[in-house]
Ligand binder design. Structure first.
Ligand SMILES: *[C@@H]1O[C@H](CO)[C@@H](O)[C@H](O)[C@H]1NC(C)=O
Ligand SMILES: *[C@@H]1O[C@H](CO)[C@@H](O)[C@H](O)[C@H]1NC(C)=O
Ligand SMILES: *[C@@H]1O[C@H](CO)[C@@H](O)[C@H](O)[C@H]1NC(C)=O
Length: 247
């Protein structure tokens, strides 16, 4: 095998980043579409972290893509559904729209189910991750660590919340429920959004609406001050993010 492709192969198999004088392996995210339709995942990085996957891309049913992320990366993944993009990448989606067309430049417009990450900066720290319905729900999804140490638990929401969504939270496109809003998005009141007089965990208890989400998807955050049981930790893992995982 010629040298250049061997070197390239090694890099692909073991992505790593040079931090100061130390080499730290990258965390590899595998984003998989197990839905029966094409989805357009969006990614958003926090605090100036590297943009993954150009911010957004299309994934056909059964397809997956992999992205190495540097230590300390933080950000989120979600899926957009029912999109149509022109040749220049401009266009719109039925759910999960973001600024910038195909390549997101902002977070997805709620409702959209999210996976959120804050990766460790060093080997002595942990990655934090969760699945969140705080911005509502548009697709079932899950996150599964691979090869890490520590708690490293699965998190996900596999229930079809389009089906059980109360009328007042439904997003309907062409007569079909395509997403389910959070009560905060639907009603925008301090009680549901945990703002104003309800801006602390003790003054913003679960509501009948957040409990609907919690009961359907116990391992996902259902509202801003959901208890910490939905936050996961793991060290040194890679992560599989699956949209429409099988139950
Ligand atoms: C919810 O609606 C979206 C948009 O139609 C669809 O892609 C998704 O599959 C639905 N959720 C489930 C669990 O069927
Ligand atoms: C917040 O609580 C205070 C004290 O109970 C009350 O006077 C005020 O009207 C409340 N504000 C809102 C926006 O409900
Ligand atoms: C939730 O509670 C509100 C206010 O108490 C009520 O108006 C609403 O019908 C309830 N919704 C559900 C789905 O239980």
């Amino acid at each position: 095998m010629p040298m250049p492709s061997l070197i390239k192969l090694c890099f692909l198999l073991m992505p790593q980043f040079l931090i100061g004088s130390r080499i730290i392996p990258a965390t590899v995210f595998t984003v998989q579409n197990s839905c029966s339709k094409t989805i357009w995942p969006g990614t958003l990085s926090g605090n100036g972290a590297a943009v993954l996957g150009g911010g957004g891309f299309a994934l056909s049913p059964g397809e997956f893509m992999q992205f190495p992320a540097p230590p300390g990366w933080s950000g989120r993944f979600w899926a957009r559904t029912g999109c149509s993009f022109g040749a220049t990448g401009d266009g719109n989606c039925a759910t999960g729209n973001c600024g910038g067309g195909l390549k997101c430049t902002g977070s997805g417009v709620p409702p959209a189910s999210l996976v959120e990450f804050t990766l460790a900066n060093s080997n002595s720290e942990k990655d934090f991750y969760d699945v969140s319905l705080v911005d509502g729900y548009n697709l079932p999804l899950s996150v599964r660590p691979s090869g890490g140490s520590g708690d490293c638990q699965y998190a996900g929401c596999v229930a079809d919340l389009n089906k059980s969504c109360p009328t007042e939270l439904q997003v309907i496109v062409f007569g079909e429920v395509v997403a389910c809003k959070s009560a905060c998005t639907a009603f925008n009141t301090p009680e549901y959004c945990c703002t104003g007089n309800h801006s602390t965990p003790s003054t913003c208890p679960p509501t009948n609406y957040s409990l609907l989400f919690k009961n359907a998807c116990p391992s996902a955050y259902s509202y801003a001050y959901d208890d910490q049981s939905s936050l996961r930790t793991c060290s040194g893992a890679d992560y599989f993010i699956t949209f429409c995982p099988s139950t």
